[in-house]
Design a protein around this ligand. Structure first.
Ligand SMILES: Nc1ncnc2c1ncn2[C@@H]1O[C@H](COP(=O)(O)OP(=O)(O)OP(=O)(O)O)[C@@H](O)[C@H]1O
Ligand SMILES: C[C@@](O)(CCO)CC(=O)[O-]
Length: 424
């Protein structure tokens, strides 16, 4: 049977309940996937030896185009299908510099001569890095056209970079013949992270490489949640399912204050290196919060009790204060907390902070009218609100042979195309 000439891949955003930043130092974080907020990538076969990337969500009006022959093969470790040895190359300054040059050349060769900013350049570098690393020259595809669509806010703390990285890793592993579409339709559940040959683990490993290009020193939690989905606990690269908080409802408020995870993580690192005697105990205290939350959810509380559990709720405030002391807070986040507190709701920043999104736990005993009022209040000052639960599918894949590029681009609800498959 011939392989599809088009694939559609999707991956979810994520929300961190407890433990961001501390997780970079090996501490435990609790997080979940955001099934309704996803990135979708459409891969279409080419036969002219070119790679085309379309990044409309990052504000690029015209495609970027490169001949495959321009890729920096000598600087990445290519893969042999025979012995199945996928070796990631070290992501160093030299590699990043040559990727950047190739991205800018691809843009310069474009007759539209558009400006390309740092965010667009990094996103394109990720694509070229993955293609060069994974190409084994046995594919029937002689190039690909890639279109990205997403309903995730970019750079707001909800893991947009990880969803993008996971989609690209999945699609390119498929296109370049390393994995095939899974058979499962609707199955959601466990995964075996220790099985190194599993397609999901392969995807997660390559998405982690992509995240290193975007973030510098990521913990790996964002790409793991986008890959495997669910509600999880994550520490030192190892993930466990923690399904007990999947029915909790949250309000996510995007303050729309632009920030950059790479810079925020680097700033915490500088503080850590300068004042370890202050920062290390803060990280330990954050670990204590994640552990306490796990203890509460493992102690047999029903979801309802968890929702009303004062101790669990106070952990949200404690975690927020500790993050503020790592200097990743922002006045816009305090404003959301202040408005939520008027209705006795508790909030914390989520993701890297410095603006971005705020997470508010919606307790069952808070009337819907109050929630509406909070949302109105927040939107009236320019913030954006989403009500959400955590959990749901990680990577989803669709044989898109019968879907045209136009249908993909004009679809209001890409999730509704039928036939999505999942690995877990
Ligand atoms: N839809 C998209 N199309 C192309 N690139 C994207 C897209 N979404 C994210 N990216 C890439 O990810 C970068 C944003 O990453 P950043 O880590 O700052 O935000 P985030 O992942 O949303 O937040 P956090 O890491 O705190 O969860 C963008 O600059 C771009 O390189
Ligand atoms: C701030 C951080 O902890 C979460 C970003 O979503 C960074 C990381 O874990 O890589």
């Amino acid at each position: 049977m011939s392989s599809p000439s088009r694939y559609l891949v999707s991956a979810p955003g994520k929300v961190i309940l407890f433990g961001e930043h501390a997780v970079v130092y090996g501490k435990t974080a609790i997080a979940g996937s955001l099934d309704g907020l996803r990135t979708y990538v459409f891969f279409e076969k080419r036969d002219d030896g070119f790679l085309e990337l379309n990044l409309p969500k990052l504000g690029l009006q015209h495609p970027l185009l490169w001949p495959i022959s321009a890729l920096p093969y000598s600087k990445v470790t290519t893969v042999s299908k025979e012995n199945n040895s996928l070796q990631e190359s070290t992501i160093n300054e030299e590699l990043l510099k040559s990727l950047k040059e190739i991205v800018l050349d691809g843009n310069a060769g474009n007759k539209n001569n558009q400006e390309i900013n740092e965010l667009q350049q990094v996103a394109a570098s990720v694509f070229l890095y993955l293609y060069a690393s994974l190409e084994d020259k046995q594919t029937s595809w002689c190039g690909t056209t890639v279109h990205i669509a997403s309903n995730l806010p970019v750079g707001a703390g909800l893991g947009s970079s990880a969803a993008y990285s996971v989609c690209l890793a999945t699609g390119l592993l498929l296109v370049l013949g390393h994995i095939t579409i899974p058979n499962y339709g609707e199955k959601v559940g466990g995964f075996n992270i220790s099985d190194s040959s599993s397609p999901m683990n392969l995807i997660n490993r390559w998405a982690f490489q992509a995240e290193k290009i975007i973030h510098g020193t990521p913990s790996g939690i964002d790409n793991a949640v986008a890959t495997y989905g669910g509600a999880v606990s994550f520490s030192k690269g190892v993930m466990e399912n923690v399904i007990e908080f999947q029915s909790l409802r949250f309000l996510l408020t995007n303050t729309k204050v632009p920030r950059n995870t790479r810079t925020l993580v680097a700033n915490v690192r500088k503080l850590h290196d300068k004042c370890p005697h202050i920062v290390v105990p803060i990280l330990e205290a954050i670990e204590g919060i994640s552990s306490k939350f796990k203890e509460i959810i493992n102690s047999g509380d029903s979801q309802k009790e968890l929702n009303q559990n004062i101790e669990a709720i106070e952990l949200i405030d404690f975690n927020h204060y500790l993050l503020n002391s790592l200097r990743v807070g922002h006045p816009s986040i305090d404003k959301v907390r202040e408005i939520a507190a008027q209705y006795s709701l508790h909030s914390k920043l989520t993701g890297a902070g410095g603006g971005g999104c705020v997470l508010t736990l919606l307790r069952d005993d808070v009337p819907n009218d109050d929630i509406m009022k909070i949302m109105l209040n927040l939107t009236s000052i320019g913030f954006e609100c989403f009500e959400t639960k955590v959990g749901g599918h990680g990577i989803s894949i669709l044989d898109a042979s019968t879907i045209s590029k136009q249908e993909f681009l004009s679809s209001e609800n890409i999730q509704q195309f039928s036939g999505w498959k999942h690995f877990n």
